[in-house]
Ligand binder design. Structure first.
Ligand code: 8OZ
Length: 358
């Protein structure tokens, strides 16, 4: 019998050849913010995934938080991504960009034009980012005006249109890991007194408006959203009532028949422990196809998809070190070790030189 993990499926309108998804992975190999030839090879090598979700990709200049991350808002960037999409499609794969606004996780030295980062409130994250030569403290952001919010929603719609123009199969909205949308959600980062702050129903408003802006371009069946309710990534802090906040956020997502909801289970890239039952309660509330992530191995992924607790499983670091991860998992073959010192920045080493099985 072929295991469901290795069988075709659907995430909304996106048909996938197997349930193994390449998770979004920041690699900082676009020094001009434009996808490079090397990135074509990297994604082409990984096209055996049922779906590739690209690295976080900024929707506008002010949405950038790290040196050398690619954007998806200029004509040159669309042309660069189109070559990647074509290469993945030629191998029979599917690919969506993760569209990203970092909010306060940035520094003027990283943003084109030296702009001050923006966020729901003028509260420093006390986090670090990389500016191309050193790790620097993130700065105090400027609180977004209602005009800034309207412009940002327009920027999301523009990026979604650029993704469509590049030929992608849909988009994933990055609402996880302490970046802009997560900053609006949590009372640790959002102290607004207008319609976007205060009560939970107000704090989920920005998420709802971003989803609607992107759905307006793509339709709901090709839009996924990534959330990380129990993660303290980027020092965002846990909300004072995580179960209630994320139940409301999931209800916002449930109101649109999305392609998938992608949840980081536990701490991003770290422990999977969470308040007993709380994560399962959120997972069970999601009505869209469910994409599970964080620390899965072969046995866990096989079981989750076989039991139906996940429709697909996203692997991050194993996909970096194993371009042919689905074939290896199917054969239960050994995995290459990750060279963690080559994750961010640099060239082909630690990027396109991991061997596939013969
Ligand atoms: C690692 C380094 C830089 C960015 C995330 C986009 O945590 C990221 C990221 C991860 O979602």
């Amino acid at each position: 019998m072929t295991e469901p993990l290795f069988s075709p499926g659907r995430l909304g309108e996106i048909e996938i050849a197997n349930r193994l998804v390449m998770a979004p992975l920041t690699r900082n190999r676009a020094p001009d913010r434009v996808p490079t030839e090397l990135m074509i090879e990297y994604y082409r090598q990984r096209a055996g995934a049922g779906l590739i979700i690209t690295e976080g990709t900024q929707i506008s200049p002010i949405a950038q938080g790290y040196a050398w991350t690619p954007g998806i808002h200029t004509a040159a960037q669309v042309e660069g991504w189109r070559k990647i999409v074509d290469a993945v499609h030629a191998e029979g794969g599917k690919i969506v960009p993760q569209i990203w606004h970092v909010g306060r996780i940035s520094h003027p030295s990283i943003i084109e034009g030296g702009l001050t980062p923006v966020a729901p409130s003028a509260l420093s994250a006390g986090a670090k980012t990389f500016d191309g030569s050193a790790f620097v403290e993130t700065v105090q952001p400027r609180a977004m005006t209602e005009e800034d919010i309207a412009q940002t929603l327009a920027d999301y719609a523009h990026a979604a249109t650029c993704a469509r123009d590049a030929g992608f199969d849909g988009v994933e909205i990055h609402a996880a890991n302490g970046y802009l949308i997560d900053q609006f959600l949590r009372d640790t980062a959002n102290q607004r007194t207008d319609g976007y702050g205060g009560a939970i129903e107000n704090r989920v408003r920005f998420l709802a408006e971003v989803v609607d802006a992107v759905v307006g371009v793509w339709g709901p069946g090709r839009v996924g959203v990534r959330i990380s309710p129990f993660s303290n990534a980027n020092n965002v802090g846990l909300d004072s009532d995580t179960p209630a906040l994320f139940a409301a956020a999931i209800d916002v997502l449930n109101a649109r028949p999305l392609a998938f909801v992608h949840m980081v289970e536990g701490a991003t890239g770290g422990p999977r422990d969470w308040a007993p039952g709380a994560l399962e309660a959120l997972r069970d509330r999601i009505t869209a196809p469910y994409l599970a992530n964080n620390g899965y191995d072969r046995a866990m992924a096989l079981e989750a998809v076989a039991r139906g607790t996940a429709d697909a499983v996203a692997f991050g670091r194993p996909f970096i070190a194993n371009p042919d991860l689905p074939a290896r998992l199917k054969r239960d073959a050994p995995l290459n070790a990750l060279r963690a010192e080559l994750l961010y920045g640099g060239g082909a080493e630690g990027y396109t030189d991991y061997p596939a099985l013969p």
